[in-house]
Design a binder for this molecule. Structure first.
Ligand SMILES: [Zn+2]
Length: 410
């Protein structure tokens, strides 16, 4: 039995570096009343402390009860707990949005509007923004047109969304590029399905742990007793996970639940795409439609890398196309408070940087220019949101446009 326990620990360890296993949750047979009593007690145990709540997993106890009340349509009650949660996490815009909705329902329109306005400006998550649009009397941004043939009279920036993207962010980028460069900017959505990730920490972790787990005598015995051949488990990741799931369900159902959640999260989050795969996808998609006036740039939230790098913010083939990934510009990636303006600014600087390369320019080395190479996000943040005079004039000549000069120094 002790040996079984060590296998369970190993399996849960598979990605516990990134995610802690979920706690046991409620036993079946708990009545709805008991569930509520327990959730409420856990939420309120935090609310008596005023400033010692530091970890977000603790505040999650309050959010759990808020979600419970929200599902039951008990919003005014939920509102009280949201306010309590926000004393610990004021930059949680998802719950700021929910509080704005509660305030609006209570007729406290001014307060609802003010909160909704901040959520609109700051939230990087599109669903959060959508919640508060009615309070601001704004509507959803229109979906982008699918990519289609387009003959442009002059060089036109063609942004193509790849995978799931924040539409509001891409619209804001479109507007910023067009105002700054004086060029026409069109946004198309992709017409196909993006390729699967090329790197996955999910699979690399499995590769690392699998020989140990499959080599344990108790696991060998269990596999034999179930007539499961080891050979296929050693090569098929999905089959390995499915079999481990079965093992855990028989030996430790609570661990099985945690394992499943961790695996699902790992699959979703820890993934990377190679620039080459995304580029091939973009090129094939655009081939039937594009002409020489297209300045083709893919926009994606997929984390991207190139051959021998851990990651890249963007990739370019001069005179052909570029792809920008904004994954590493997002607050959740950098453990920062959300700020869509900062996200847009980072994305726009990356556009300027890539746009020069796309048009055949070499790297700039003047530090007061968006086209210098940043080694990390801090250096990227240090760059300005404009081009130096030399880069600007070169691009103006190449594209026959009028780009905004940099602000005058005082
Ligand atoms: Zn420059």
């Amino acid at each position: 039995m002790k040996k079984i326990k060590s296998i369970v620990c190993l399996l849960l360890f598979l990605n516990c570096c990134a995610f802690s296993p979920v706690s046991g949750g409620f036993k079946t047979g708990d009545s709805a009343d008991n569930v509520e009593i327990q959730l409420k007690a856990e939420a309120e145990s935090l609310m008596t402390q005023t400033n010692n709540v530091s970890s977000s997993s603790e505040v999650a106890k309050i959010w759990k009860y808020v979600e419970y009340l929200w599902d039951k349509d008990r919003r005014p009650e939920a509102g009280r707990y949201i306010e309590a949660g926000l004393t610990f996490e004021p930059f949680n815009y998802y719950y700021q949005a929910k509080l704005a909705l509660v305030l609006a329902e209570q007729g406290r329109n001014r307060e609802a509007y003010d909160r909704a306005q901040i959520v609109y400006e700051k939230a990087e998550d599109e669903e959060t923004v959508e919640m508060i649009l009615p309070i601001l009397k704004k509507s959803l941004p229109a979906q982008f047109k699918s990519m289609e043939a387009a003959e442009f009279a002059s060089p036109t920036v063609v942004l193509v969304t790849m995978g799931e993207v924040n539409h509001l962010l891409v619209l804001e980028l479109q507007q910023k590029i067009s105002e700054y460069t004086g060029l026409a900017v069109v946004v198309f959505s992709e017409t196909g399905t993006p390729p699967p990730p090329d790197r996955s920490f999910f699979t690399s972790e499995i590769r690392r742990m699998r020989p140990t787990i499959l080599g344990m005598p108790e696991m060998v015995a269990w596999l034999n007793s179930h007539n499961i051949a080891t050979a296929s488990l050693a090569t098929d990741n999905e089959l390995f996970v499915k079999t481990m799931q079965q093992f855990l369900e028989e030996n430790n159902p609570v661990a099985a639940k945690g394992f499943k959640t961790n695996m699902d999260l790992a699959r979703l989050r820890l993934q990377q795409w190679s620039y080459d795969s995304l580029r091939d996808y973009l090129v094939a998609m655009a081939a039937p439609h594009r002409n020489e006036k297209w300045l083709l740039i893919g926009i994606t939230s997929y984390d991207m890398y190139m051959a021998d790098t851990n990651y890249v913010f963007a990739g370019t083939n001069p005179y052909a196309q570029a792809i920008i990934s904004y994954r590493r510009f997002m607050s959740d990636f950098n453990q920062e408070p959300e700020n869509r303006k900062r996200l847009l600014s980072r994305l726009f600087k990356q556009f300027l940087s890539v746009f020069g390369l796309l048009n055949g320019m070499t790297r700039c080395t003047f530090p007061d220019c968006a086209r210098v190479f940043p080694r990390n996000i801090a250096e990227h943040d240090e760059k300005p949101e404009y081009l130096c005079d030399e880069c600007r004039q070169t691009l103006e000549k190449l594209l026959k446009t009028r780009i905004q000069p940099k602000p005058a120094r005082r």
